[in-house]
Design a protein around this ligand. Sequence first.
Ligand code: DX5
Ligand code: ZN
Length: 218
Amino acid sequence: MSHKVAPSVLSADFANLQRDVEMINNSAADWFHVDIMDGHFVPNISFGFPVVKAIKKWATKPLDVHLMITDPDRYLKDFKDAGADHITVHLEACVHLHRTIQAIKALGCLAGVAINPHTPVALLADIVADIDLVIIMSVNPGFGGQAFIEHTYKKVAELKALADEYNPDMIIEIDGGVTLDNAAKLVAAGATSLIAGNFVFNAEDQVGTIAALKKVTG
Ligand code: DX5
Ligand code: ZN
């Protein structure tokens, strides 16, 4: 099965949000990637519930919500109510990760774990069987438009080996600096979902760029 493509709304034009959501609706994209930053876990603040609800109002595809926030447990239900279909929390932000994952599943969402560039894939070994997706950060979270970290390929391959053993259906999603320069190599290494913000929204032909990301083969 072909990999998923999830444009990151962080790079959208928020003064024309409905237009940009409809562009994604009418493209080959599979999901909307929705970045929540709290100014504590990451050194930036993005947007909150009213914007997630506004995206949900027009979106015809699932919302892949990435929580870059401390203490995500406090807000899981609020994000579900705002329209999240997938909720991903950071391993580095969760003291009781297994409990948090169960809480996300109890809400009826797909449950994901994100890891920062410095976090070893091996730390996922005892949670892989319980989760629906992993986001491997290929930049330090907090900003769109950063350069891709090359070490990511090795992590993708390591995670694929873990997934093959414990959870073959688990989605391996890559976030940060994804372009047509690295997409094919990521898919070849085992990525099954590509997030792209800057590369899609700064393109002259956004729909064409999404289609091109969808078409790469590993
Ligand atoms: C980074 C966010 C990413 C970001 C990706 O902290 O989690 O989802 O929007 O943007 P690009 O593709 O521009 O690196
Ligand atoms: Zn993200």
